[in-house]
Design a protein around this ligand. Sequence first.
Ligand code: RFL
Ligand code: PHB
Length: 390
Amino acid sequence: MRTQVVIIGSGPSGLLLGQLLTNDGIDNIILERSSQEHVLARIRAGVLEEGTTAMLDEAGAGERMRREGLPHDGFDMAFDGRRHRVDLFGLTGGKRVMIYGQTEVTHDLMDKRAATGGATVYEAADVAPHGFDSERPYVTYKKDGATFRIDCDFIAGCDGYHGISRKSVPETAIKLYERAYPFGWLGIIAEVPPVGEELIYANHPRGFALCSMRSHTRSRYYVQCSLDDKVDDWSDDRFWDEIRARLPAATAEQMTTGPSIEKSIAPLRSFVAEPLRFGRLFLVGDAGHIVPPTGAKGLNLAASDVRYLFDGLREFYADRSSAGMDAYSQKALARVWKAERFSWWMTSTLHKFPETGAFGQKIQEAELDYLFHSRAASTALAENYVGLPY
Ligand code: RFL
Ligand code: PHB
């Protein structure tokens, strides 16, 4: 079998890249380890930057998002018993974010791929990239007991943090930067109206909390938890008591509670691999970098990586120029590191760190107080939250 680009992984980065290539007449095959149902069952991101929504439109997969997504012009930060609004729209000269779940993004991209005849192999086992340091790379995989080989021009490693692409690169060719945080996020979804019109990020001596949403009737809430905690340690009642304890009293009183329909714990990590290109293999999205979710940047970075790589591939096939692909790693990393910095800052400012104690809490409150009394500091926050240009 032969194609132009083999894409490993059908998360948002693989699906978005695949759709842009297909629309441009560039042949591609997606190899995905899991089943389609499993990919669609993962509940993750919820905040899309304008760059990301524009790319979904460009891919032809933005129609439902434009209809059902919730554009937000700001969000609140709560600390010291009060809520303060960050006016994203006013501070950035008219930019906003879109609240639309990653599950829906994935769904829309899968539907578009099916409608335009793109090939995806689900439940592809033992996927392995080969020969990417030569002119003739290929990828092998197993399906239903048989082994297959696909020859190609390029391989896009869109297979997430635990994928095979990054692991296939010789250790001497790659440098890894990493920081693990000493806590996790316990997240739930419940069929209850969100407590506020906009998101609320809360700093509290008991720990961080986030009130997000998926629609006007579906809430997505998180609390900082211990890495040793298990989902079973957290009954719905314990979760609701804890999140209310971390919010200003007036907000807690307004909160509607109800049974959770999903509950999971995620560790928080910052991670970057350098470079993101190895001959004819490219690392895209979470395969190349991870941010803690506090800044809502992971999915948006996957989209900006796809922008740079797609432009490079298009230029190669249209003009036989490798200039765009040669610039991929450096361009993507410049944006990645700025989002890493911002996500680290949001995480550091809003979470309870066991080692810093009451002093750390006071410093955080001073930083937040400064933020809301300085237009310059608020503008820097808003500019990063809506997404730096690319
Ligand atoms: P994904 O989504 O992990 O997809 C990778 C795909 O590759 C497949 N795969 C393989 N396929 C073949 N062979 C192998 N050997 C393979 N190994 C893996 C996997 O099955 C999977 O289908 O990576 P991608 O596409 O780069 O997308 C990245 C985003 O999913 C991620 O950055 C975001 O979810 C991060 N994130 C958030 N990002 C935001 O922009 N805004 C948010 O509000 C936000 N909130 C979050 C988040 C992530 C969270 N968790 C659980 C990690 C909230 C949470 C709680
Ligand atoms: C979410 O809605 O899942 C969400 C929102 C904002 C974040 C992280 C996650 O910073």
